[in-house]
Design a protein. Structure first.
Length: 168
C-alpha cells in the first residue's frame, strides 16, 4: 500500500498521511533519497529486536554539515540532534532509516508535521537508539551524488558483461 503526497510538504506530512495504515505497530521509515552499498535493513531491524526501542540508522559521512548531526552517549543512544548545523559539528548524521513507534503520529500533530522537532522530542523524552552504519552511504542531495552512488554500487560487482549487440 502507498499514499500520494499531492504537495511536497516534508517527510512529517508524508508520514502523517500513512497513519491509518501504520497505527498500533512499530514500522520502518526509509527516506527515498538514500543509497547504501549493502543491506542496512538487517542491521536496523536487529538493533530494534535486541533493544525494543525506536532506532535511527546513523552514518559517518565525509562532511556532516548538510545533515542532521547527532551525538551519542556511551550506550549508543542519541543524546542530541543539531538540525542544519552551520559547519561540521558532529561526526554522525541521521542516515534516513528509522524504526518508529505509533506515538510519532501524536508528536507530528503536536509539532505541525515537523519531523525534526519530533526526533528532538523523542531524543529528550524516551530516547532514540542509534544503529551505526559503517558501510557505503550516500544521501542524494546534489546531481553528482547520482554518479557517486553509481560508482559505489558498481565497485561491488565482481564481473560485468557487455551485451553482444552493444556498439562501442
Amino acid at each position: 500500500e502507498y499514499v500520494v503526497q499531492d504537495e511536497l510538504q516534508g517527510i512529517g506530512q508524508a508520514l502523517s498521511l500513512c497513519q491509518s495504515s501504520l497505527e498500533n505497530k512499530p514500522f520502518l521509515l526509509v527516506y527515498g533519497d538514500v543509497m547504501t552499498d549493502y543491506n542496512p535493513f538487517l542491521s536496523i531491524l536487529q538493533t530494534y529486536s535486541e533493544m525494543d526501542k525506536e532506532v535511527a540508522l546513523i552514518a559517518l559521512p565525509e562532511s556532516s554539515k548538510e545533515f542532521g548531526n547527532v551525538y551519542l552517549d556511551h550506550e549508543m543512544k542519541i543524546s542530541r540532534l543539531v538540525e542544519k548545523p552551520k559547519a561540521n559539528q558532529a561526526n554522525y548524521v541521521f542516515a534516513g532509516m528509522f524504526v518508529l513507534f505509533p506515538k510519532v503520529f501524536s508528536l507530528l500533530e503536536e509539532h505541525q508535521n515537523d519531523i525534526s522537532q519530533c526526533y528532538g522530542q523523542m531524543i529528550e523524552t524516551s530516547g532514540l537508539q542509534a544503529c551505526l552504519w559503517e558501510k557505503g552511504w550516500i544521501d542524494m542531495i546534489h546531481p553528482w551524488h547520482i554518479l557517486e552512488a553509481n560508482r559505489m554500487l558498481m565497485s561491488s560487482w565482481e564481473t560485468a558483461e557487455i551485451d553482444s549487440t552493444a556498439r562501442l
